[in-house]
Design a protein around this ligand. Structure first.
Ligand code: ADP
Length: 502
């Protein structure tokens, strides 16, 4: 499969740059302003695609189209047929997985082995899961007293705005679209300006699957223009956002004006905790996967690695050795384990934090600089896997989300102090715990204030399992049955059964 993906990419290269329009009301259209922007391949700095740039006028059109669809044809589609459409979409994505994975890698820089074997299967799984969910959205009957009958119905919220980030472009689109559509909503999706390509390709498949016009509208553009216009739009009923905590706050403020319902999946600075009794090799694997997977551009990145001071030296020796063996390079090569950061801006941010870590007195164990790569890759936004030791939890490198391959290793002496420090962060998205002691594992799971706790594993997701943050990591739970709560509202209906006058 890997080889075919690479040849799919070679086919891509010959037709670059690609051109995309906006997808509004079932039509492919230019932006009202006629403006376009370029999406860059971060491995080479070359233009991958020229994309129509949505702004307020286009967002208005898309919201109108979504409203018409919501009140019109979509409202008449049965739950079963919504499920069938979602299932059809899953099949179409699966059939085009290699091509989509190659495009994802070209646009985002993530290694092809990840886009093909992690991202695409997760997208397909997500649409399949929510295809099955469409027919299982039910109300309740309430045991009210007297000769009254009270029941609830779960209705769609209406027109949903979705603003997504660039780290998992297609996966994030799936997390928003699948439950929203299963529940009978219509959607205006704004992909991230760094990675609009696969969401637009998904638009083609949505058309092919047979969704009515306007049920899904895809409007790439910049955050401060298109994104802000969508979040503050009085015509939307809900806004779902995944991205930084900083922007999440802006979204919540913009939505507050119209009391638009909001769900936010935001940043993290997750503790990945290694006890002295852990299987060290497994813990090292978990530490690597926690911070270097997807170039560290994961909201759940295990960026604060807490290690029992008794095993610090052993751990650091193994962690360093393995980090230095990570194959960094052309993300289209199926042997590559780490690609470039998504953009020049992100690369600068990573460099800034490396500089800061030095200034704050942390010790560089490995990395801390760009690798020397040849040819076109020399212009890519690559950064070596980086480990800092002697980090204190109070340092900014341990408190601020870097969103890059930079691990901060902090030692601890006892469990109580550890828990206190692990929780001392504005974030609460996830945590990892490595120990052979089952009692301690569950105790930690209880004490850590985070939406997800992984014990002797890390970064595991499933469409059926709820995901979301505590504290400033956001609110609302995506995936599983919980996602349906985000995309439905409850109506309570009372009927008098007595037939007597009041
Ligand atoms: P990152 O900092 O990782 O790029 P952001 O949180 O800035 O992540 O971006 C996530 C998404 O939010 C992107 O689609 C981006 O365009 C959008 N966005 C950024 N700023 C705003 C804003 N002020 N209003 C609405 N959306 C925004």
């Amino acid at each position: 499969r890997g080889e075919e993906a690479v040849s799919a990419q070679q086919a891509e290269k010959s037709s670059m740059p690609r051109r995309y329009q906006l997808f509004i009301g079932g039509q492919w259209v230019d932006a009202e302003s006629g403006k376009t922007f370029n999406s860059i391949n971060p491995a080479t700095g070359e233009v991958l695609a020229e994309v129509a740039e949505a702004d307020k006028a286009d967002i208005d059109k898309a919201v109108e189209a979504a409203r018409r669809a919501f009140e019109g044809r979509w409202s008449k589609v049965s739950a079963r047929d919504r499920g069938r459409l979602l299932y059809k979409l899953a099949q179409l994505i699966d059939a085009r997985a290699k091509e989509l994975a190659a495009l994802e890698t070209a646009d985002n820089g993530k290694p092809i082995r990840e886009s093909l074997y992690v991202d695409l299967p997760e997208v397909v799984e997500h649409f399949e899961y929510f295809a099955g969910m469409a027919t299982k959205i039910e109300g309740e009957t309430i045991p009210v007293p007297g000769r009254l009958f009270n029941y609830t119905v779960r209705e769609p919220v209406g027109v949903c705005g979705a603003i997504i980030p660039w780290n998992y472009p297609l996966v994030m689109a799936a997390w928003k679209l699948a439950p929203a559509l299963a529940a009978g909503n219509t959607v205006v999706l704004k992909p991230a300006e760094q990675t609009p390509v696969t969401a637009l390709e998904l638009g083609r498949l949505i058309q092919e699957a047979g969704f009515p016009d306007g049920v899904v509208n895809i409007v790439p553009g910049f955050g401060e223009t298109a994104g802000a216009a969508l979040a503050s739009h009085p015509g939307i009923d809900k806004i779902a956002f995944t991205g930084s905590t900083e922007v999440g706050k802006k979204i919540a403020r913009a939505a507050a004006e119209n009391l638009t319902k909001v769900s936010l999946e935001l940043g993290g600075k997750s503790p990945n905790i290694i006890f002295a009794d852990a299987d060290l090799e497994q813990a090292v694997n978990g530490a690597l996967m926690g911070i270097f997977f997807n170039q560290g551009q994961v909201c759940t990145a295990g960026s604060r690695i807490f290690v029992d001071e008794r095993i610090k030296d052993d751990f650091l020796a193994q962690f360093r050795e393995r980090a230095e063996r990570i194959r960094l390079g052309d993300p289209m090569d199926k042997q590559t384990q780490m690609g470039p950061q998504v953009s020049e801006e992100q690369l600068k941010k990573v460099k800034y934090y490396v500089h800061l870590a030095h200034e704050e007195g942390a010790t560089l164990v490995t990395g801390g600089e760009q690798p020397q790569l040849e040819g076109a890759l020399a212009r890519g936004y690559f950064f070596r896997p980086t480990i800092f030791a002697d980090v204190k939890n109070e340092m900014r490198v341990a408190q601020e989300e870097i969103f890059g391959p930079v691990a901060a290793v902090i030692t601890f002496k006892d469990e109580e102090e550890l828990i206190e420090q692990a929780n001392r962060t504005i974030y609460g998205l996830s945590a990892g715990v490595w120990t052979r002691d089952i009692v301690r594992a569950h105790r930690l799971a209880r004490e850590i204030r985070a939406g997800v706790v992984w014990i002797n594993t890390y970064n595991i997701f499933n469409a059926a399992s709820p995901f979301g943050g505590y504290k400033q990591s956001g609110y609302g739970r995506e995936m599983g049955k919980h996602a349906i709560e985000l995309y439905t509202q409850v109506k309570s209906v009372w009927i008098d059964l007595s037939g007597r006058p009041l």
